[in-house]
Design a protein around this ligand. Structure first.
Ligand SMILES: Nc1ncnc2c1ncn2[C@@H]1O[C@H](COP(=O)(O)OP(=O)(O)OP(=O)(O)O)[C@@H](O)[C@H]1O
Ligand SMILES: [Mg+2]
Length: 284
């Protein structure tokens, strides 16, 4: 269905931002945020409630127009005029409140808003849909991602929460050429369903499409992320690798108890907060 858009170079971020600002009246939701998504990675974005994660993601996917700052896609400066514009540039977002049409079947959901028309007179004159072609291509894609959902003509409302999530993720993976963004994809899922969605995220990455994963679930983040972007008070506080830090340390960075220095070492920013989260630290 899709071939990944290649970056200019392996060390050029696929999607990046510098000094983004977005204000809502007196509230500054994005306060000088930087962002970098590298080719082929799963980047987790974590932060407290209200830290500005969703606002940042919306700015990066065209849903919010920032007041100032710069966004680059494959190294080139870009200004998205809206979500459709971002779609057009190969960026697909899976929102937490799933945008699937429950009464429609799986194949139709995959092609929602991008339906294939028949190529004959019926297609040209009456804009009749090519359901056969859509089913065949949906099946191909589901097989590629190893998603087993039974019949593709099954209405989505008959699926479990996890299976619906799989349809939403598969659709994003099917159309994305540059980036897949997922806002809390496992928040409402059970253990088994979560594992399936995490597996799907890995497959998308292995296809060569980098993934941005917003999540409050630290075990999931540690299981799947190549790097973790920690967002705090409207901006990027740190970018770390899960292998370099414990979960408790990452939570301490998120709450501002620990600070990450330029060399990657952590130092205590707030002694009382560090004691409160119980992270052992030398200079504490
Ligand atoms: N449309 C809006 N109008 C006014 N204020 C907004 C709007 N969207 C976000 N905000 C404010 O911007 C700040 C950041 O919100 P945002 O939703 O980006 O945080 P978040 O990190 O995604 O939080 P959560 O973890 O709860 O989803 C909050 O103070 C929020 O109230
Ligand atoms: Mg949010």
């Amino acid at each position: 269905m899709n071939t990944p858009d290649k970056s200019a170079a392996p060390d050029t971020p696929v999607l990046s931002a510098r000094n983004l600002v977005k204000r809502y009246g007196h509230v500054t939701a994005i306060d000088g945020a930087d962002f970098d998504l590298m080719p082929g990675e799963v980047l987790a974005v974590i932060g407290d409630n209200g830290a500005g994660k969703s606002s940042l993601i919306k700015a990066l996917t065209g849903a919010v127009i920032p007041d100032s700052g710069e966004i680059r896609l494959h190294g080139e400066p870009i200004r998205f005029t809206g979500p459709q514009d971002a779609h057009g540039h190969g960026i697909e977002t899976v929102y937490q409140d799933l945008a699937v049409a429950p009464s429609m079947d799986i194949a139709s959901n995959m092609f929602l808003g991008r339906e294939l028309r028949r190529k004959d007179l019926l297609g040209r004159a009456l804009r009749m849909l090519d359901k056969k072609a859509m089913r065949a291509r949906a099946a191909e894609h589901m097989a590629e991602l190893k998603i087993g959902l039974g019949s593709l003509t099954q209405p989505v409302e008959t699926l479990s929460g996890g299976q619906r999530q799989a349809v939403a993720v598969a659709r994003a993976a099917a159309w994305a050429r540059s980036v897949v963004v997922m806002d809390e994809p496992t928040a409402a899922l059970g253990v088994k369903e979560s594992a399936q969605v995490l597996d799907l995220i890995r497959r998308v990455r292995d296809k060569g499409i980098p993934v941005i994963l917003i999540s409050h679930n630290m075990p999931h983040v540690f299981e799947i992320a190549d790097r973790i972007h920690v967002h705090r008070l409207g901006r990027r506080a740190a970018v770390i690798r899960p292998s370099d830090h414990s979960m408790a340390e990452v939570v301490a960075i998120m709450t501002g108890a620990l600070r990450v220095e330029a060399d990657g070492a952590t130092s205590v920013a707030d002694h009382r907060a560090v004691d409160a989260v119980g992270v052992g630290h030398d200079d504490g």
